[in-house]
Ligand binder design. Structure first.
Ligand code: NAP
Length: 454
């Protein structure tokens, strides 16, 4: 690896930073220089813009990621989009001996049912982006709706349900931007239905996240025993993995717990497959229609021909993330990933010299943050196995930095990000809160410039 000098990692979320870490750990030469490019002026990807603001412990992972990005062999270059309006993969390939794409899965999966796009039906990822202060996030959520339906029973569904019923007073101590905090304070949903199409033993949420729902002050978490009993594995969970058994135990406890009549409640529902989002004459959501399902004996479900409606003016589709194609890189639309072989990008089925992938764009949007570490290690092992050939690839001696920005766009270096951090701490002070996120592009770029980097 001694001759490998210049590598770019695209994306500074967990998969990007774990890739950098794996590269640094194996670098014995000290000659390696890694540029970490991000289209945002801020690092950390979904740790900053996906982990719920009230999950401070998970968010504190930023300190570990920061240590990697502050290594002298690493240079963070923000505000640099790659592909589609930014520098093309083809050009990057000419500037670096190897490029590792760690761009995640930026879109949401579709349900493919009528009414999915009615006003008031949004993807949970849009809502997460909004309350996380992502500068590209939209708004316009029907926050005055007294109830909401969340489709899907994964950790994102649990996150959005919790944020909806949690009081603003509890969220004030987080870094949530002031505008969503104020909006949630005025209009927190009173009743949130979280609905799974399969049974409780197939739910995707993890026990820690599930349990937390049951500890929220002033919130009833409601489970119907009849829906648990319909799951054959609920009666005999012996053969199930321990995490699933733990989920079932928590749900069973809740089913037996008395309803306290709390003002806010989360209804966890199972065996209901969404078949249509129903609208008003004006085109707004009024309810979701479900078909009741029953276990098919093989882990899936079959329809029963019986239907059920849940009324709500707000639907949050929380059925998983989806990778989006990066112009100039191959893409498999069926899986939403870049075709690869142990992290080597495949072009027409053949490994493309110098191009790699790691994280969700490599393996799909599954697993917890830590799952990105072995994934990154596998990619870096492939890259290092190719090191001799990569080192022989001719790249210009000159610093690639001036080529990265493009028209009218000034890259934001690490010092610029530190400027943003300082401005967010200052904003928090003026609001008598902890650090508060800046959530608009002009504000972020102004804060980055104020650090004096350009
Ligand atoms: P997920 O875990 O894949 O869950 C998606 C849910 O949507 C599943 O319940 C799935 O049901 C359901 N679904 C999919 N297609 C559907 C359809 N057509 N109709 C109805 N339901 C459908 O996705 P996620 O919640 O977005 O999470 C993504 C990843 O991020 C996960 O690995 C998650 O653990 C992770 N994450 C972790 C945390 C945390 O650790 N605190 C927080 C947020 C996210 P089926 O199982 O029946 O397909």
């Amino acid at each position: 690896m001694s001759a490998l000098r210049r590598v770019a990692v695209v994306g500074s979320g967990p998969s990007g930073v774990y890739t950098v870490q794996a590269l640094l750990e194996r670098d014995r030469s000290g000659a390696l220089a890694v540029d970490v490019l991000d289209r945002l002026p801020c690092p950390y990807g979904l740790v900053r813009y996906g982990v719920a603001p009230d999950h401070e412990k998970i968010k504190s992972l930023q300190h570990t990621l920061r240590g990697v990005l502050e290594d002298p062999r690493v240079r963070f270059v923000g505000n640099v989009p790659v592909g589609g309006g930014g520098i093309a993969p083809e050009e990057l390939r000419g500037l670096y001996q190897a490029v590792v794409y760690c761009v995640g899965a930026a879109a949401d999966r579709r349900l493919g049912i009528p009414g999915e796009d009615l006003a008031g039906s949004v993807s949970a990822t849009e809502f997460v982006s909004w309350y996380s202060g992502h500068p590209d996030a939209g708004g316009g959520f029907p926050l005055d709706a007294g109830s909401a339906v969340v489709l899907g029973v994964g950790n994102v569904a649990v996150d959005v349900a919790r944020i909806l019923v949690r009081g603003a007073a509890e969220l004030r101590g987080t870094d949530m931007p002031q505008a969503p905090l104020d909006a949630l304070a005025r209009t927190a949903a009173r009743r949130v239905h979280v609905v799974g199409r399969r049974g409780p033993s197939q739910a995707k949420f993890t026990t820690k996240e599930l349990r937390e729902l049951g500890t929220l002050p002033g919130v009833d978490t409601v489970v119907r025993e009849a829906e648990l009993l319909r799951d054959p594995r609920y009666a005999d969970p012996a053969g199930l993995p321990a995490p699933v058994r733990r989920n079932l135990a928590v749900l069973g406890d809740w089913a037996r717990r008395p309803d306290t009549g709390a003002a806010r409640r989360v209804d966890l529902r199972f065996f209901l497959r969404p078949v249509a989002v129903l609208g008003t004459a004006a085109g707004a959501v009024r309810a979701v229609r479900f078909e009741r399902t029953a276990p098919d004996g093989e882990g899936g479900v079959r329809g029963t021909g019986r239907f059920h409606e849940i009324e709500a003016r707000w639907v949050l589709r929380s059925v998983g993330y989806r990778g989006v194609p990066l112009p100039g890189l191959p893409f498999d639309a069926a899986t939403g990933t870049v075709p690869h072989e142990r992290g080597r990008v495949l072009r027409d089925g053949v490994p493309a010299p110098g191009e790699y992938v790691a994280g969700w764009i490599k393996r799909g949007p599954t697993g917890v943050i830590g799952s990105n570490r072995p994934c990154a290690k596998e990619t870096v092992a492939s890259l290092l196995a190719d090191a001799d050939a990569l080192a022989a690839r001719p790249v210009p001696e000159a610093d690639p930095l001036p080529r990265l920005g493009g028209e009218g766009r000034t890259p934001v270096p690490w010092s610029g990000w530190l400027g943003i951090e300082a401005a967010e701490a200052e904003l928090g002070r003026t609001l008598a809160r902890t650090s508060v996120k800046i959530s608009d592009w002009p504000g972020l770029l102004r804060a980055a410039r104020a650090s004096g980097h350009s």
